[in-house]
Write a protein that binds this ligand. Sequence first.
Ligand code: HEM
Length: 125
Amino acid sequence: MNPYLLLVAAHVVSVLFCAGPMLAVALAPELPSSPALRRLALVSSIGLLVLLLTGVGAVAMTGAAFVHAWWLRLSVLLMIFAGALTGRLRSVAKRSGSARTMRSLAWMISAALILAVCLMEVKPF
Ligand code: HEM
């Protein structure tokens, strides 16, 4: 079995763990309770961390092939953006902040992840 492909598979699976909880928060007709929200945001943060580790691992395995690609650089920025917003969502959930703010944050995180998936798949530049 090809270890690079296994790593990329783990990378893609971790996208599910980042995006799944955020889409649930964004789409649920009623916002989950504060502990449930914090759990969802924590799972998403852990998913982002695994996404970063597996991404760095994949770059390390491909040598210079992707390092200078703009789709990769932009995805790193999108990941930092998603990470910062997830941290903010966690703190808003801790203070039981407004549902509107939490939904907007969840939508922005989901949009950043969707854009990064498109960049990673299409590799436009
Ligand atoms: C929001 C962040 C990210 C998302 C949603 C994401 C998503 C994806 C997806 C869906 C693929 C599979 C593409 C395919 O079918 O081959 C992929 C591949 C890959 N990702 Fe990411 N990724 C993210 C961040 C990163 C970061 C931060 C790095 C590196 C530091 C990285 C490095 C890679 C590499 C090297 C590949 C393999 C490309 C290939 O072999 O064609 N990714 N990513």
